[in-house]
Design a protein around this ligand. Structure first.
Ligand SMILES: [Zn+2]
Ligand SMILES: [Zn+2]
Length: 121
């Protein structure tokens, strides 16, 4: 199905009905994280667009949906970013500099620590 046709379908009353039914089946919550707002209905397959079966549709909140389609960092990446930020903030405190400057310090420390062996390879 062409992109344009698919977009038109998503604006049609036929899709509205299926969307509503899917939301109802899901109890008005994200089927992944249980969040009750910003719900979107995801197509698990595009094989039967316009004649979707019950199992073809999945209710996701906006965040889970974006994450699924790779538009948001995964939970792992998100946690890693949080961890790195934690390190930078701690370094800032330790060296008594603002967080922006601590990034540079952490980077230099990592380079010193892990870049050492390089010349011997
Ligand atoms: Zn989707
Ligand atoms: Zn969710």
């Amino acid at each position: 199905m062409a992109q344009k046709e698919y977009r038109e379908y998503l604006n049609s009353p036929g899709w509205d009905k299926k969307r509503e039914a899917a939301l109802k089946r899901a109890g008005g919550r994200c089927q992944l994280c249980n969040y009750p707002n910003d719900l979107e209905v995801h197509h698990r397959t595009y094989d039967r667009v316009k004649r979707e079966r019950v199992g073809d549709l999945f209710v996701l909140c906006e965040k889970c949906h974006k994450r699924f389609h790779g538009k948001l960092p995964t939970l792992k990446e998100h946690n890693l970013t949080k961890m790195l930020l934690g390190i930078v903030v701690e370094a800032g405190k330790a060296f008594d500099v603002p967080t922006e400057n601590a990034v540079e310090i952490v980077f230099e420390m990592l380079k010193r620590e892990f870049g050492r062996g390089k010349g011997n390879v």
